[in-house]
Design a protein around this ligand. Structure first.
Ligand SMILES: [Zn+2]
Length: 388
């Protein structure tokens, strides 16, 4: 019963947590902010991606991704996406890539399921050993692999996420104690690239708490503090999600939006966020004024948000109800232009198991065990294509 319950909770938490969305502010463009600010979402910190569902990462002119292969093993691949097959990321001579000795194999028991990040010439995955999660650094050609520091005690449902900023990595457990009934402390840890020393930079104590959806924007680490509780008997759930940010400069964290924020995006002085059940707001940090640009409705009660310099992408997470944890609807990504005119609804299919968003070139999702993409150039018409 406990396992089932936790699995159920994990599914819901992933659904709740993930929600990314879109949005930006018309003012950003009207105010002639520089192109580099507008492009914030597609810098090397890769803030346009969904931090907590990260089975694919841009790097080295292509993309590194993980895949559950037919033999039940998870492997690392590299691809340039179009018109080619992914290459197994293993530099061992004469390796058949079939055993756990293969450099590309990330056994699901030992590595956090499918998670891979890329930053400054290295891949990072989460390695689990004896109940502890380690930050594992992998050479970009797959040749070397090294656990560089311990991060968190982990059980099988823990899910460590990473955010990169300058010479540091920030780590947190996006499932945390969500769904739990006790008070637990959740932490954000900072890891220095180089000597890989670890320190705790933020702590939150709450019942059923988790830190989710963190990203790097303009001198701050933004993140959502969630308190998630579930009533198994009535199948109803309660999720409280508030937006915070941590100032890299002075080390102080503050609450930014005291509403139910499912996701957000930051463009210069403008914050775009989705208030669950209400809609998408554009908030100006300078004037502290905000406008409701997209109204929530039955098809989009919560949203995950991404922005690629041209369009906003809102993922409805397939959530059909704010309270009924089991209620599901079609998972759709809504594409908006910079003035929040809806320009396309992209059906993710009934087999969609995750939305990664992407960069300025591609939009990525997962259908069952396969990553699919749409080329952004053809965003108005293209259909999903499977990575080969
Ligand atoms: Zn191999």
């Amino acid at each position: 019963m406990k396992k089932k319950k936790i699995a159920f909770i994990t599914g819901i938490v992933v659904a709740v947590v993930f929600l990314g969305g879109i949005a930006t502010y018309v003012y950003v463009f009207k105010n002639n902010h520089s192109a580099s600010e507008i492009k914030d979402g597609v810098t090397d910190t890769q803030s346009s991606w969904n931090t907590d569902t990260h089975h694919i990462a841009a790097g080295n002119g292509g993309y590194y991704y993980t895949q559950y292969d037919a033999d039940g093993k998870i492997r690392l691949y590299y691809t340039q996406v179009e018109n080619e097959n992914g290459v197994v990321l293993c530099a061992l001579p004469e390796c058949t890539h079939k055993t756990d000795a293969c450099r590309a194999v990330l056994s699901g028991e030992a590595y956090q399921f499918g998670t891979v990040y890329y930053y400054k010439d290295f891949l990072y995955v989460i390695h689990k050993k004896e109940g502890m999660g380690y930050l594992c650094k992998i050479d970009s050609d797959g040749s070397g692999r090294e656990d560089v520091c311990a991060l968190f005690a982990m059980d099988k449902f823990s899910s460590v996420s990473l955010v990169f900023h300058e010479n540091d990595i920030y780590a947190y457990d996006s499932v945390g104690n969500a769904g739990g009934s006790e008070n637990h402390v959740q932490e954000i840890k900072k890891i220095s690239i180089g000597d890989y020393t670890v320190s705790t930079v933020y702590e939150y104590s709450g019942v059923g708490a988790a830190i989710t959806g963190a990203r790097d924007f303009g001198g701050y680490l933004y993140f959502i503090v969630m308190e998630y509780r579930l009533d198994m008997d009535s199948k109803t759930h309660y999720a409280d999600e508030r937006l915070y940010r941590y100032d890299y400069g002075n080390g102080i964290a503050e609450k930014v939006i005291d509403k139910q924020v499912s996701d957000y995006f930051v463009l210069g002085d403008t914050l775009v966020y989705f208030e669950s059940g209400t809609g998408l707001y554009v908030y100006d940090f300078k004037t502290q004024k905000e406008t409701l640009e997209v109204q929530a409705d039955k098809n989009i009660l919560v949203a995950g948000i991404s922005y690629d310099g041209q369009y906003f992408y809102l993922d409805n997470a397939g959530m059909g109800s704010m309270t009924d944890a089991a209620s599901r609807i079609e998972r759709v990504i809504y594409v908006y232009d910079r003035s929040f005119n809806l320009i396309r609804e992209i059906d993710c299919g009934k087999d969609c198991t995750g939305v990664y968003f992407g960069d300025e070139k591609y939009l990525f999702i997962k259908q069952l065990d396969t990553i699919c993409y749409i080329k952004k150039e053809d965003i108005l018409n293209a259909e999903w294509v499977q990575l080969k």
